[in-house]
Design a protein around this ligand. Structure first.
Ligand SMILES: [Cu+2]
Length: 168
């Protein structure tokens, strides 16, 4: 059966692509590390290593250290033919879907975690190899904070400890 949904792929393929999603959702921020932060920022940005012509994803944490409710209205880079903000969600029959989000609220003094199996920046059809250790720039576009340039480091998925097979 044909599906019109271009990102509809089997669950196991998503887990291989993005890493197993079984992780703690909580990310604890020690008070001393947030005390000096201000503005809108993207923390610990990293990209899963991948070859030219393939598709990969960027993860990290968007932190709004302002008193203004903001909205992420897009992402861009020259790394790939398409750079999109995505959400992964569960569909029926063990299928996972990914959908492009055009506007993602990031409220005042809140954060949003980008991680395998959840929110991520999709880099579709890379125009270059992304090798472990490379640093690449991605721009996040916010309604109020404007354009935030982010340096992301290229890593292997298992360096993040996200391939935890103990849950299977
Ligand atoms: Cu995606």
């Amino acid at each position: 059966m044909k599906t019109k949904f271009k990102f509809l792929i089997p669950l196991f393929a998503v887990l291989i692509l993005l890493g197993c999603a079984k992780q703690n959702d909580e990310v604890k921020q020690p008070e001393e590390s947030t005390a000096h932060m201000s503005g809108m920022m993207v923390h610990n940005a990293w990209i899963r290593q991948a070859a030219e012509g393939t598709t990969t994803a960027l993860f990290g944490m968007i932190m709004n250290h302002t008193e203004v409710n903001d909205t992420l209205i897009g992402v861009s880079s020259d790394l790939a033919q398409l750079t999109e903000f995505h959400e992964t969600y569960q569909k029926e029959d063990d299928m996972m879907g990914m959908r492009h989000i055009e506007a993602q609220p990031i409220d005042a003094n809140s954060s949003l975690i980008l991680k395998p199996g959840s929110y991520h920046v999709m880099l579709i059809r890379l125009n270059q190899d992304l090798n472990v250790g490379n640093t690449k720039e991605i721009t996040f576009h916010f309604k109020h904070a404007g354009d935030i340039k982010v340096e992301a480091i290229v890593k292997e998925m298992n360096e993040m400890g996200s391939m935890d097979h103990s849950q299977h």
